[in-house]
Design a binder for this molecule. Sequence first.
Ligand code: NAI
Length: 526
Amino acid sequence: MSGALSRASAVAVLGAGTMGAGIARVAAGAGHRVLLFDTVADVIEGALSELRARLGRSVERGKIAATEADRIHASIAPVEDLADLAGAGLVVEAIVEDLGVKRDVFRRLEAIVAPDAILATNTSSLSVTAIAAGLDHPERVVGMHFFNPAPVMPLVEIVSGAATDRGVAATVYQTASAWGKSPVHCASTPGFIVNRVARPYYSEALRLLQEGVGDEATIDAVLSEAGGFRMGPFTLMDLVGLDVNLAVSTSVYEQTYHDARFAPNVLQQAKVDAGHLGRKSGRGWYRSDVPPPPPATVTPGVAVSVVRLGLDLGHAEGLVERFEAAGLAVERDDSVAGLEIGAALVIPTDGRSAAEVAPEHSDKEVLVLDLVPDWQSAERVAVTGSRNLPEDTLATVAATLGAAGLAVTRVADVPAVIVMRTIAQLVSVAADAAMAGVASPEDIDLAMRLGTNYPAGPFEWADQIGVDRIVAVVDRLRSFYGEERYRCAGWLRRAWLEGVPLRSLATETVAHGRGETRIEATRDND
Ligand code: NAI
């Protein structure tokens, strides 16, 4: 089997809720006849009238022609009985997230649809392998994981279970492409790609809050204005729903046999217990009825007119351009170990706290500068400093960076500050996922950029920041906290030791499908 599903084939969508309705619209928009089934007839009716209204708005906004809107609406036929799905070439199941219910539905479907029909599930957390197990033909079951809202979000994770036929996965991949989506292949492992690799974005933020490094607004501002993330983690959790976010975290943690890297945080559980679920309940990390508090920002003093910079600024090199564009005189001097701004020596983070770095530079007031992945667009930087850092030294640094258009946030003196530790953990977890055969580095990068709107993919960050720096940061977090959550992924350490790009390790094996092979090999050995 190869190529996309023929447009002449009907697509059945099971479940007319949030996801099913969206998927039906996508398939109909691509030219398929869609059969929409739900156990609750009213839900289908509601979905179709909602679709009518949405299509109408798209026509008003000039996004689609009225005839096209009519065609899409007319292409979706409600069906009352599962048996009416007999003619479908592809079934996309988007019903309740319950393994028993999904298995039962697939078992019944097997007896209804043609032998070559593909059975896809939109599950976001269940094992595709488990859903398919026990069927006569588990090889035709595949995950087709859309993101919400399905008509808008481009990413679709094509999830292969242990028994999924590669041709089936390839057809569904091609079909998603033909529907205008950007598919990626992955193996059926906890959280697939996005829900697994994204965990540190939330868990590091929660840890920083727990440690009193900064409040929610400050951590959010640093990750968005310095890190380049579209939305800070606390704002994002409020949007997604703290309960939903906690459920995903807990599910990945449970399914990975309590891998410490995925451990949920008690702060979040407490919020959920309190009913503070985010925007939907009017209160989460923030309150909907009052504006969010401003992020902690250092009040600028008097800027210096000349900054002295070392020759090797590492990840802070991009700051030079910002200084020069702002008309600041920049002197490059090999004897300077970072950025000399007045009495301060600002050193780009290598994972150590200011207290760890300061003894090496006892003649200066040491500040550690957080990672800024894109200096051109950054509006803020985070720094940490020693406990007795004079206020006026900090104010001078803030004024000088302020002259280059950067607000300065000072946070408590923890290793790898905020952005560096978050990105290092994201890279480590992504490297581990690629190593485990979950997906290829390219697909992981694409999935994270499209599924979470990250400014770059983890493997792109590894290329950009350097594997040596990331390994150093993760190792220092590990030694500082003594916790397994900061263990370095095997591939990350290998790439560093062997001096090769992280992504190159994936070319030694065929990434897609390797996960399935490994799952099967493990089972054979049991
Ligand atoms: P929903 O609750 O909005 O819709 C589920 C629909 O399935 C309901 O209308 C319900 O009546 C119907 N249903 C339940 N059992 C059925 C059965 N046996 N046969 C036919 N219809 C049945 O749920 P939602 O959010 O659309 O989720 C559906 C699936 O998509 C779940 O597996 C979920 O994990 C997954 N998903 C959800 C996302 C989201 O953001 N909501 C994102 C990606 C995947």
